[in-house]
Design a binder for this molecule. Structure first.
Ligand code: F3S
Length: 395
């Protein structure tokens, strides 16, 4: 692999032990993937930092890198953790877990990561068209590639840390023009709400093969951003989709592929998927915020919930969006209706089993996919409008 002089210096340990180790890992992975060089990244986003996911081995690695003098070399943000870093006691997160989680944060902070604690780093800093990133959250990767035209592969958690420490990643996969062209046409019925968009993403993720890049027709211009966010998240969770070119929406959509291959997706397919992954039980928790909710989703939810909820209702989001919603009085209004607004976390990465919920209702196919697998919790899929109505009625 060709390395620049600066990269050679990093590899040789002239910028410290931690950076040398990080560079070694990136070069090895890049070589295995056939990359001829590295590329500078303007933003690394580290995933896999919940103590629930990484446990003691992950914490040890982060501590070791921090103690070896590891410091980020590019703008670097981090994914959610297993609790609201301030309100973990209110969440009933066990102290033993919280202490370990806070140690993870200390190590990341020592290395210079911004503790954004969100899977929506694009709300904190929106990447530009063509920017090279090293992001590790599959929903954010699909969002950045598909909706912003930025370039990131789906990186594993440790690799995002290494990319942050070196400001580099391997130049392969979705960093290259030739791997960003559509090779399959998809005709979709326009989604009517965020749940339908999420189901469409889930269907594409589940159906498309590795390396297939869909050119999707049928999604109306002006479709709300958070519907597309749900679509990207589900596509990345139920499969390996990291780039979806949407006609009239994606900055790089260009023209449809010339190949004859075509996939049609209608509501019948989406209903089938909903039945396959969803349950019809009575929810004891309503949940909005996978991926983390935006200010505009909070405003919408506040408008839709007419009265006090009779069933537990959670919203999860970043501090970035929380602060804006708070300054507009939205957080106070939601809390006055009985809705819990948590920052920094989500049910999927939290130590959720210890909290005692059995059935969760959500509009997120990604959450519906992971909750039964990780926490043994059944999930009812509902639109946000349905959630708002049912939670107030207590059904
Ligand atoms: Fe984010 Fe948790 Fe969903 S990290 S994408 S809210 S699984």
């Amino acid at each position: 692999m060709h390395l620049t002089r600066i990269e050679e210096r990093m590899l040789d340990g002239e910028e410290g032990e931690a950076r040398a180790l990080a560079m070694k890992v990136i070069v090895k992975v890049g070589e295995a993937l056939g990359a001829e060089r590295l590329v500078e990244v303007s933003h690394a986003h580290a995933s896999g930092i919940s103590y629930n996911n990484i446990g003691e081995p992950g914490l040890r690695l982060l501590r070791r890198l921090a103690e070896a003098g590891g410091r980020v070399k590019t703008y670097a943000t981090v994914n959610p953790i297993g609790m609201d870093a301030d309100a973990w006691m209110d969440m009933h997160v066990p102290r033993s877990f919280a202490e370990k989680q806070l140690e993870v944060l200390e190590a990341l902070k020592a290395m210079g990561f911004k503790l954004t604690l969100t899977c929506t780093p694009y709300y904190v800093r929106k990447p530009r068209l063509g920017e090279h990133l090293a992001w590790g959250e599959s929903s954010a990767v699909a969002y950045a590639n598909s909706l912003l035209g930025a370039r990131s592969n789906r990186e594993g958690g440790p690799l995002t840390i290494m990319a942050a420490l070196t400001g580099r990643t391997y130049y392969a996969g979705l960093h290259l023009d030739e791997n960003r062209r559509p090779n399959l046409s998809v005709e979709a019925e326009a989604p009517k709400n965020s749940l339908e968009a999420s189901l469409l993403g889930g269907y594409l993720g589940k159906t498309l093969k590795e390396g297939e890049i869909p050119y999707v027709r049928g999604i109306k211009q002006g479709t709300p951003e958070y519907w597309l966010k749900e679509m990207c998240a589900a596509a990345g969770a139920l499969g390996s989709l990291a780039l979806c070119l949407i006609e009239g929406v994606s900055p790089e959509a260009g023209s449809p592929p010339s190949s004859e291959e075509k996939l049609s997706v209608d509501r019948v397919e989406l209903e089938r998927l909903k039945e396959e992954i969803g349950s019809s039980d009575q929810p004891d928790l309503y949940f909005l915020g996978c991926p983390h909710a935006s200010l505009s989703e909070l405003i919408m939810l506040d408008r839709l919930v007419k009265g006090r909820v009779k069933v537990e209702f959670w919203v999860t989001l970043s501090r970035h969006e929380y602060d804006q919603a708070s300054s507009k009085g939205i957080v106070r209004s939601l809390e006055s209706k009985g809705i819990r607004v948590w920052r920094d976390t989500c049910p999927i990465v939290a130590p959720f089993k210890s909290l005692g919920y059995r059935v969760m209702a959500t509009n997120s196919v990604k959450a519906a996919f992971y909750m039964p697998r990780i926490h043994g919790v059944r999930v009812v899929l509902m639109s946000v409008e349905e959630m708002a109505r049912h939670a107030v009625q207590g059904v």
